[in-house]
Design a protein around this ligand. Structure first.
Ligand SMILES: Nc1ncnc2c1ncn2[C@@H]1O[C@H](COP(=O)(O)OP(=O)(O)OP(=O)(O)O)[C@@H](O)[C@H]1O
Ligand SMILES: [Mg+2]
Length: 238
């Protein structure tokens, strides 16, 4: 079956720094795929290159049968590919509702917009309660929900989540992982970057392990956790 999203021989460079070196991966429709690796391994660079936030030096990214290499971020959300970036990046001086509204820019159909509001508020009732509040006054966990909610407002077919549970309390972390499964059940295909390896391997169908910008191992969680590569990827120098 043709993958819904794939990268082939992807390179990302920042001046002399070669952050991503020939990475290839694919996501089938309906899968949860994890990108794992130590700090600086190149995970965010991959997510940002796919979504046009940083330039792709070489390689090819395909989405839904189309070459999207180097596409502008604002052209991808309407096509069905959205990133919830590392570090939340919510607009603190805008209300919760206005933050969400920005995520819906890709939708033009009134019914689709209304369905997106319902879906996000149903997933995160706290955002409905706080909709008129400044986003900057939300707790860290609530801001993370807002960041994911904003990404969902474009009704993506593929959602890229970069460190969705970073810095959150254990209870909220569990909610984030429950959410990942729930979204998959709703038909969303997910590429997830996470420091919480154990929990990620519980929900992921497959994972790719990165060391120094290269994929060193890939497979089902059961195959990965038995090998030493994972530990090397996290404990070793990247
Ligand atoms: N804008 C930039 N300019 C220069 N170097 C950068 C830039 N962004 C990232 N890098 C470098 O590229 C490499 C990969 O960084 P990246 O942020 O992709 O890693 P990561 O796997 O997401 O790490 P983390 O787990 O810390 O988020 C690192 O060596 C980093 O210092
Ligand atoms: Mg990162």
């Amino acid at each position: 079956m043709q993958p819904l999203l794939s990268a082939k021989d992807l390179y990302v460079r920042y001046g002399a720094v070669e952050a991503v070196r020939g990475v290839s991966f694919e996501l089938q429709q309906g899968e949860i795929v994890a990108l794992l690796g130590a700090n600086g391994a190149g995970k965010s660079s991959i997510m940002n290159a796919i979504t046009g936030l940083v330039p792709t030096a070489s390689g090819q990214v395909m989405f839904d049968g189309k070459d999207i290499t180097g596409s502008a971020p604002e052209s991808l959300a309407p096509a069905g590919l959205t990133l919830s970036p590392e570090g939340r990046r919510v607009f603190g001086t805008l209300s919760v509702a206005d933050n969400l509204r920005m995520g819906a820019f890709a939708l033009t159909d009134k019914d689709a917009i209304s369905a997106a509001w319902d879906r996000v508020y149903d997933l995160f009732p706290i955002l409905r309660e706080r909709k008129d509040q400044y986003a900057g006054t939300l707790s860290g966990g609530q801001q993370q929900m807002l960041a994911v909610g904003r990404a969902l407002m474009s009704n993506p077919r593929v959602l890229l989540l970069d460190e969705p549970s970073l810095g959150l309390a254990p209870l909220i972390v569990d909610q984030i992982f429950d959410l990942i499964l729930k979204l998959r059940d709703q038909g969303v295909t997910l590429l997830v970057v996470e420091q919480n390896v154990a929990k990620t391997l519980q929900v992921a169908d497959r994972a790719y392990v990165l060391v120094s910008g290269e994929v060193v191992e890939q497979g089902k969680p059961s195959q990965l956790s038995e090998s030493g590569t994972m530990q090397d990827a996290y404990l070793g120098a990247n």
